[in-house]
Design a protein around this ligand. Structure first.
Ligand code: ATP
Ligand code: MG
Length: 220
């Protein structure tokens, strides 16, 4: 991104004064590259801090139904070319860091949007299963071939297909961060996927037993 930004700044300083089209194109490109770089730096910092045990995980009771509806609502604002639905949303409380859990859900949603062609569907659902809450984030996108499915959680791993070159940029760090957050919360994380049909992320989050939560106020 830095090289692209430098290139466009040179172009702007040479021709940007006279040519309005070059001005618009240059500014848009620099802005978009700056955003990519911001996200890259944030992700690298997250993992660097995680490696050094410098990440503070605050634990409080989270109202998962409220969090899932919030994330779905905000997600729809970004996913303007996809339909996002929250199919089932069981009342449930978990213990965790709401900032991290929200970040993890956004990583899955961001991927669902990025790897699903325009017009596709994305859905979330949650239902209790034993002493865990089963949360899914599913899409009708391009899918992940079996040989890549375990590796996508590794740092910097990106499935190399023509469509990633075609514009879906990324750092390959999203799922590594999501996995770290899941482990820090004793959340079991897996995915199922079929090429050309879509991908489903499964989370099994430990539920708060109702007697444990008695008297404590839920946090969002
Ligand atoms: P970023 O760090 O910006 O999130 P990224 O999306 O490439 O970059 P990850 O989120 O870690 O990185 O995902 C790793 C790879 O797994 C992606 O490059 C993509 O090939 C594949 N992938 C992840 N989610 C999906 C999905 N929902 N559908 C299809 N492929 C996916
Ligand atoms: Mg991603």
């Amino acid at each position: 991104p830095v090289t692209v930004m430098l290139g466009y700044s040179d172009m702007l300083s040479r021709w940007g004064w006279e040519d309005e089209e070059i001005l618009d194109e240059g500014i848009a490109a620099i802005r978009s590259e700056a955003e990519n770089m911001k996200s890259l730096i944030e992700r690298l910092l997250f993992l660097a801090r995680a490696d050094l045990n410098r990440l503070v995980v605050n634990r409080e009771i989270i109202d998962m139904a409220a969090l899932l509806s919030e994330v779905t609502q905000k997600g729809q604002l970004i996913a303007t070319h996809h339909t996002l639905t929250l199919q089932e949303n069981a009342p449930a409380r978990i213990v965790g860091d709401v900032v991290l859990i929200r970040q993890m859900l956004r990583i899955f949603l961001e991927n669902a949007v990025k790897y699903t062609p325009v017009g596709g569907k994305i859905f979330l659902a949650s239902q209790p299963e034993g002493n865990r809450l089963h949360v899914i984030v599913a899409d009708t996108g391009i899918g992940i071939a079996p040989e890549h499915q375990a590796k996508v959680f590794e740092r910097f791993y990106r499935v190399d297909t023509s469509r990633s070159k075609a514009g879906a940029g990324g750092t390959g760090l999203g799922l590594a961060i999501a996995r770290w957050i899941a482990e820090a919360h004793d959340i079991r994380l897996s995915l199922t996927s079929e090429v050309g049909r879509g991908t489903t992320i499964h989370l099994y989050i430990p539920l708060v037993k109702e007697d444990e939560s008695a008297g404590k106020a839920p946090a969002q």
